[in-house]
Ligand binder design. Structure first.
Ligand SMILES: [Cu+2]
Length: 751
């Protein structure tokens, strides 16, 4: 008996020692130099982990607050006002018993701004890992205090841990330092090259005044002051604008063209005249411009004399023939965005066809497999041709009358922006694209080609909006003011598994969303774009709001009234069943990995040092072009955007991926936050459809078939690509200037 007790004690002692050692090992492995060094799935710790450091007099406690993306049908979660949203997950260690610090019983976590107002209570915390609360500040502090009670609503107790968001690292004095150097250098005899300048500065033109044929610079952002010295820089290419001639017709609004199976259409891309107006004030609810004043006629481009191009309506499973005639100055081709058609008609120059020269033509056969909203645009020099007006929608009607819920009317809305200085268009690079870093942000927002859009509805009408973002680089964040009840029902290639209530629509270039909106109060409702812009000079965030148009809601009631159907969120069982076979891949291994980064060449001085300073922080999405001159002067000659295959190290068109029809490929897209000018990229895959499986490791619980996905800065997005269509297909960033600076690759799908 005694021997048995001794044996038990011995076993217990050995077990305790083992546990002690294993604890020590765990601590050694998990007690890194920074609490954000520990791996946390795919999340970029530099941007999305806040290290929590002990306050004065607290010696042992430590921890981290991880910022996770909340679920959103748009891939990135922001509020209707454009504020970023983060779900916070705490990882806290070595917090002493609160009573050891004073008359306290609990630890409470708070989020607040650097000005310490307002303070938001996130909840009660303790040692360990726990999800807790949501933060919607641009820049913020996380505080953990010991409190007398877990129920306190205001912070009163002792500060124990604190940390700051990555965005707090932006400091306003960065630029002045760079500028001091810039101004000193410009005192030399040759204003174009100062001592120590990179050779690239020599081919950056500096012009003090406009001369005939020279560039018209973009205007400064009205809320961001730039030093005048920076305004003298010019791109290292010539300016291109379509020639004006007397016989060019004034553009007409787009026309609806209904085409039956087997029907044909000719699309002529040619110059049109348009009347332009200067940029409106950056505030909504302000004075409206009179369209009769200050207008100036400019030459742009249109399909069949229309702007946007004809709205082509077809039935699903139908095929149309389109003869494209190119009367522009550039060789090009038409791409049928999102349509899973025969590879030889995909319209990618040098991949699926030879480019159509100016004066030439090409015959396309376009078959529509999937109901929904699609669009067509040139696939060569989109930065100029598409931006000048060459785009149109394809509305593919389902043969199922119940495909969507009932609505009183459709609104087909193409969102765009245009860069003008006063009432002149800012030119496009002739030899290569300008705006190579950020893409070309416009300063006049357009709906269906017009700076002011209007719709008339009745009270209680359910309006189905088909939104397409055709801008070169701008991500829109749309909402209605005053708010209208809205739900998202579909995106690029299908309906969602289930409809969701929303209060805004975030839409990246080339994406589509179908949104049902019910207007239940008579009066005017504005469609607005609300985002948080960054003034990189002053290191401040500010609200940017623009009115895109007005919905006039009449007092007479809707007939029929679809209220009952609208109030119900539909589950699309057909979509869920279509996706079911793919769910097994959610947890599967990643098949391919693409790193998205930038190789900056010799950037015009002082851009290199400026971007270096700026790179202490990058916002997940750059919502606005707040430094138009800096963005403008960098061309494809000095910047190269890169898609890098992780397995082979190959880049862009050197990547050689081969698949076969029926294969399902899990592709990981990693947006390198450490790139000199990291920014978001809407990644588009031709000819196939894919599911967005997860964003920063958070699984997507409401799937929809997509062809374009926004990958914000520092984000890791996993997509599942169904290889259903044989041929050579392109994968590229849909920022027009990024595809022009190398950010594209081709993969092969064997039959
Ligand atoms: Cu891009």
């Amino acid at each position: 008996m005694i021997e048995r007790r001794a044996l038990l004690l011995l076993i217990l002692a050995i077990a305790c020692a083992a546990i002690g050692r294993s604890d020590a090992r765990t601590v050694a492995a998990q007690a890194p130099a920074s609490s954000c060094d520990s791996t946390n799935g795919t999340l970029d710790a530099d941007l999305y982990c806040i290290e929590l450091l002990p306050a004065d007099g607290i010696d042992r406690a430590w921890g981290a607050a991880w910022l996770l993306p909340p679920a959103s049908p748009f891939g990135i979660a922001v509020s209707a006002a454009g504020e970023p949203q983060h779900d916070v997950r705490f990882d806290l260690r070595d917090l002493p018993d609160p009573s050891s610090l004073g008359p306290y019983t609990a630890y409470v976590a708070w989020a607040t701004t650097p000005q310490l107002s307002p303070v938001v209570k996130l909840g009660v915390v303790r040692n360990g890992t726990m999800p807790l609360g949501r933060v919607s500040f641009d820049r913020f502090l996380i505080l953990i205090t010991a409190e007398a009670s877990a129920d306190v609503s205001d912070r009163a107790g002792r500060l124990v841990l604190r940390g700051t968001s990555a965005s707090v690292r932006m400091q306003p004095d960065d630029l002045s330092f760079v500028l001091a150097g810039f101004l000193t250098r410009r005192e030399g005899a040759d204003p174009r090259v100062g001592p120590g300048d990179s050779p690239a500065a020599a081919h950056t033109h500096h012009e003090m005044a406009d001369t005939p044929g020279a560039w018209t610079p973009p205007p400064m952002h009205p809320q961001v002051i730039m030093p005048p010295e920076l305004m003298t820089l010019r791109p290292d290419v010539s300016s291109y604008l379509p020639r004006s001639a007397g016989s060019i017709p004034l553009a007409r609004p787009r026309e609806l063209v209904r085409l039956r199976d087997g029907a044909s259409l000719t699309l002529v891309a040619a110059p049109v005249r348009r009347v332009l107006f200067g940029p409106p004030p950056l505030r909504y609810g302000g004075a409206r411009r009179s369209l009769g004043e200050g207008g100036r006629t400019v030459t742009m481009l249109g399909f069949n004399g229309q702007y946007p191009g004809p709205l082509i309506q077809v039935d699903e499973e139908s095929t149309i023939a389109v003869r494209f005639i190119n009367r522009t100055d550039f060789p090009t081709a038409i791409h049928w965005h999102g349509v899973r058609l025969d590879n030889r008609f995909d319209g990618v120059p040098h991949v699926t066809q030879e480019p159509v020269p100016p004066g030439g033509s090409f015959d396309y056969k376009v078959r529509f497999r999937d109901a929904g909203i699609y669009w067509y645009h040139p696939h060569h020099r989109e930065d100029a041709l598409q931006d000048l007006g060459l785009y149109g929608n394809l509305l593919v009607r389902s043969r199922d009358p119940q495909f969507f819920g009932p609505a009183n009317r459709d609104e087909i809305v193409m969102l765009d922006d245009l860069l003008v200085n006063d009432t002149k268009l800012v030119g496009y690079g002739l030899e290569s694209a300008t705006h190579a870093l950020m893409g070309r942000f416009g300063n006049v927002l357009l709906v269906n080609g017009e700076p002011r859009w209007e719709a008339r509805v009745r009270r209680g009408d359910v309006v189905r909006f088909f939104f397409t973002n055709v801008s070169s680089t701008r991500v829109f964040n749309l909402s209605f003011q005053p708010a209208a009840r809205m739900k998202v029902v579909a995106s690029d290639l299908s309906r969602f598994e289930r409809e969701e209530w929303i209060d805004h629509v975030t839409i990246a270039p080339a994406e589509r969303y179908v949104v049902d909106v019910r207007f239940d109060t008579a009066g005017d409702v504005a469609l607005v774009n609300r985002v948080r812009a960054i003034d990189h000079v002053q290191a401040r965030f500010f609200e940017e709001s623009q009115v895109l148009g007005q919905v006039h809601v009449a007092a007479d009631p809707a007939a029929p009234d679809h209220r009952a159907a609208f109030e119900r969120l539909r589950r699309n069982t057909v979509v869920a069943a279509d996706i079911d076979p793919y769910r097994q891949h959610l947890a599967g291994p990643v098949d391919r990995e693409l790193l998205i980064t930038l190789r900056a060449g010799e950037l015009p001085f002082p851009l290199g040092p400026l971007l270096n300073f700026e790179s202490v922080y990058r916002n997940p999405v750059e919502w606005s072009g707040t430094m138009p001159e800096m963005d403008w002067i960098v061309t494809a000659r000095s910047a190269r955007w890169v898609l890098r295959d992780h397995a082979t190290g190959r880049e862009n068109m050197d990547i050689d991926w081969r698949f076969r029809v029926g294969q399902v490929v899990k592709l990981r897209l990693i947006n390198d936050r450490s790139a000199l000018h990291a920014m978001q990229h809407p990644i588009h895959i031709h000819g196939q459809r894919f599911l967005v499986l997860s964003v920063n490791g958070v699984p997507n619980e409401n799937l929809v078939w997509k062809d374009t996905v926004l990958v914000p800065t520092g984000f890791v997005v996993d997509v599942l690509v169904e290889m259903s269509n044989p041929g050579k297909w392109m994968l590229h960033c849909h920022i027009a200037e990024h595809i022009e600076t190398g950010m594209r690759m081709v993969f092969d799908v064997a039959p």
